[in-house]
Ligand binder design. Structure first.
Ligand code: NAD
Length: 489
């Protein structure tokens, strides 16, 4: 591998990675730069036959991998991190070009992935079980963790690098093989980069496969009889479909889905600081983040000042090609998604909401948008937008704030801002969300805290240092005794 370049387009041109780089059975698809539409290369598409061949290779390779001492599995992950540090600029720029995110976000993904992989590497050095008690003298009883086998990792396009890391790394560290399918819009940053990193780090062949493709490829992966677990991050609609199939086949499915996250600003908050945090939470990556601030719930006493500050900050933001300059916002990922943001704004305006800033776009470049007079029943209050829209709803007291915040079927993140920590905590205790932050906005990713959603945001199977061993292994009870005991017949 070149020391200067991790993933030159020649390596992956029209290829999948499955026991080496090879031609995909379902043709090829373009890899594009979202800000310009320019083609960066062309990647292979995996067919149903590729999927079943990959699953067979993975199952075979997994047995030997599971027998390898855990610390040595961890060594491979630590080597991946070393390579990742060497190539971090190239990786961050690939994320910028392929997903349209600003540079800061690309760099954040790399940094968070490093943490995820290092924490996962340490899983290989943790105790793999415990001696349990037994009611019978002379019976030695052990509970031990065993790998699940073949794990499918399906990721979305919006944060492809970090969302792949958080599943691939603990799955491999705990002795599983991985079949990775990134979204077609992020095949390189969600797939090729990992295939290259693990290949260069010396991961034995057959343990990590990159199977690019769309829904058909994903569906074949979920259904393959040799697959034991599906780790899925993406929309609620697709998560529900995968959950239904996996449930029928009795496969474990970790589902991390969409959100419509409330950000509650109480009347004792520092208004400027709260508006700044709220703007970041709604506009980072053009709002295309599951944890984005989806609803600004603001106390009526400070609502005017908050909106004034939010509008002022919003109008000062620049939008452009993040590969070419230091803009605050890049493009929306595609025309269909941008048109959906148009629809949400227009429908909400027809129901009484007002646009105070932005509200329009130049192609995929959407101006950050402030909407007020937002109420339940409007699409901007109800739906995950995945666009740079700060929607403000006013409340009169703490009870009403809680009612509004919980008025959603999602339950990913919620946040409360107040100068009075006890008051904020009392509100936080009543919020229906898998993640709650006090005095911060909603977008936060740390491998150390359990990350997962409630309600339509997921099935609560968190990813984190605390929970990964449980997610990617199953318990086995093993007993032994010196000789067979006597039985009545
Ligand atoms: P999506 O659900 O459309 O696609 C996600 C992945 O699923 C892609 O790889 C896609 O090809 C694949 N897929 C589609 N249909 C499939 C099928 N029938 N079977 C198997 N795989 C299939 O999501 P998206 O638009 O790429 O991503 C945005 C969504 O992801 C948003 O809803 C966002 O909130 C969510 N998300 C959630 C988290 C989280 O941690 N909770 C993180 C990031 C994004």
């Amino acid at each position: 591998m070149s020391v200067t370049e991790l993933a030159p387009a020649d390596v992956w041109r029209d290829k999948i990675y499955s026991g080496g780089w090879k031609t995909g059975g379902a043709g090829a698809m373009p890899v594009t730069e979202k800000a310009t539409g320019a083609e960066l290369g062309s990647i292979g598409c995996a067919s149903a036959a590729d999927v079943s061949a990959a699953a067979a290779i993975a199952k075979e390779a997994q047995s030997a991998w599971a027998e390898k001492p855990g610390p040595q599995r961890g060594d491979i992950l630590r080597e991946v991190v070393r390579l990742l540090q060497v190539h971090r600029d190239e990786i961050a720029l690939q994320i910028v070009r392929e997903t349209g995110s600003i540079r800061q976000k690309g760099q954040m993904e790399v940094q968070m992935a490093i943490r995820e992989i290092l924490e996962a590497a340490a899983l290989g050095s943790q105790p793999s079980g415990m001696i349990t008690v037994s009611d019978v003298k002379g019976r030695h009883s052990v509970a031990r963790r065993i790998p699940l086998g073949v794990v499918v990792v399906i990721t979305p396009w919006n944060s492809p690098f970090i969302l792949a890391a958080r599943a691939i790394a603990p799955a491999l560290a705990t002795g599983n093989a991985v079949l990775l399918k990134p979204d077609p819009q992020s095949s390189v940053s969600g797939g090729v980069l990992y295939a290259r990193l693990f290949e260069a780090a010396g991961l034995p062949e057959g343990l990590l496969h990159l199977l690019p493709g769309g829904a058909d490829t994903g569906d074949a992966l979920v259904r393959d009889p040799l697959v034991n677990m599906i780790s899925f991050t993406g929309s609620t609609r697709v998560g529900q479909a995968i959950g239904a199939v996996a449930g029928g086949l009795l496969k474990r499915a970790n589902l991390e889905l969409g959100g419509k996250n409330p950000y509650i600003v109480l009347d004792d908050a520092d208004v400027e600081a709260a508006a700044s945090a709220g703007a970041w939470g709604s506009y980072l990556h053009q709002g295309q983040v599951c944890m984005a601030v989806g609803r600004h719930l603001v106390h009526e006493r400070i609502a005017e000042a908050y909106v004034e500050s939010l509008v002022r900050k919003t109008e000062a933001l620049s939008v452009g090609d993040p590969f070419k300059g230091n803009f605050h916002l890049g493009p929306i990922v595609n025309e269909r998604q941008a048109a959906n943001v148009d629809r949400i704004i227009e429908d909400s305006v027809s129901k009484g909401a007002k646009v105070l800033a932005g509200g329009s776009r130049d192609g995929l470049f959407f101006k950050p948008t402030v909407m007020v007079d937002v109420a339940p029943g409007m699409p901007v209050f109800e739906e995950e937008i995945f666009g740079p829209v700060a929607a403000v709803t006013v409340f009169r007291n703490d009870d009403e704030a809680v009612t509004l915040a919980n008025q959603t079927r999602y339950g990913l993140v919620a946040a409360v801002v107040s100068a009075d920590l006890r008051r904020a905590q009392r509100i936080a205790d009543r919020l229906h969300a898998g993640i709650v932050h006090i005095n911060d906005q909603t977008i936060m990713h740390e491998v150390f805290g359990p990350m997962g959603g409630l309600g339509l945001s997921g099935n609560g199977q968190n990813y984190s240092t605390l929970t990964n061993a449980d997610q990617f292994t199953e318990w086995q009870w093993v007993t032994s005794r010196e000789s067979l005991p006597a039985y009545p017949f």
